[in-house]
Design a protein around this ligand. Structure first.
Ligand SMILES: C[S@@+](CC[C@H](N)C(=O)[O-])C[C@H]1O[C@@H](n2cnc3c(N)ncnc32)[C@H](O)[C@@H]1O
Length: 193
């Protein structure tokens, strides 16, 4: 397995430590997603079998563009963990501006952005991932409930696994393996398995 983690912060040391402890070979790329460009700088090259994006969709003002970006890089599956309000209406919920950045409007919607679960599932289907399962929290408390006030109204984050309609299907045991690896590494936005 080769896993690649991406974040604007520098997690090089954390990756080195986890690789040592777990015997892995995950690499880390420090990159900033630029909402005006709909791309990471430096850009993320190539495709991956599975792309996971955890607690990051909330930080982008136009989450549908990020979904497209992720889907274009995933060969087989996409795992998303974020705030997805239960709503039959296809809506994007915007919180306050300027929670982290000094970017101008509308890029200043930088935390707590959430799309409804119906819009998420509709959008992912439209961009090639019509199969969806919600990964419910197991008894051991993963994924944790988010008590972050930025996520107002407070809501537990939810995890969804999407797979493509054709090609290799992710099986149940593989799915559990992916979940375990994500939990072990905690920080992987992009994974190649
Ligand atoms: C809520 S944390 C989630 C961290 C990790 N993905 C996890 O699941 O534990 C949000 C992460 O998004 C990163 N982040 C926020 N804005 C970003 C941007 N524009 N580009 C890249 N990373 C960003 C932050 O550095 C932070 O590590």
């Amino acid at each position: 397995m080769v896993a690649t983690g991406v974040d604007a912060g520098d997690f090089t040391e954390a990756f080195a430590l986890l690789n040592k402890l777990l015997g892995g070979d995950a690499r880390f790329v420090q990159a900033q997603y630029e909402p005006t460009k709909y791309d990471f700088v430096p850009t993320i090259v190539g495709q991956f079998d599975v792309v996971s994006c955890m607690a990051f969709l909330i930080h982008v003002p136009e989450p549908l563009h990020l979904l497209r970006y992720i889907a274009d890089r995933a060969r087989h599956a996409v795992f998303l963990w974020s705030g997805f309000p239960r709503d039959d209406a296809m809506i994007v919920r915007y919180p306050k501006l300027h929670q982290f950045s000094n970017l101008p409007f509308p890029w200043s919607f930088d935390a707590g952005v959430a799309i409804s679960d119906s819009l998420l599932i509709y959008a992912m289907s439209e961009i090639g991932f019509p199969n969806v399962v919600e990964i419910l929290p197991p008894a051991d408390g993963w994924p944790p409930v988010c008590g972050n006030p930025l996520m107002a109204p407070y809501e537990p984050l939810r995890g969804f696994l999407f797979t493509r309609s054709t090609g290799v299907r992710v099986t149940e045991p593989q799915l559990r393996g992916i979940g375990r690896r994500i939990r072990d590494f905690g920080e992987s936005l992009v994974s190649r398995i």
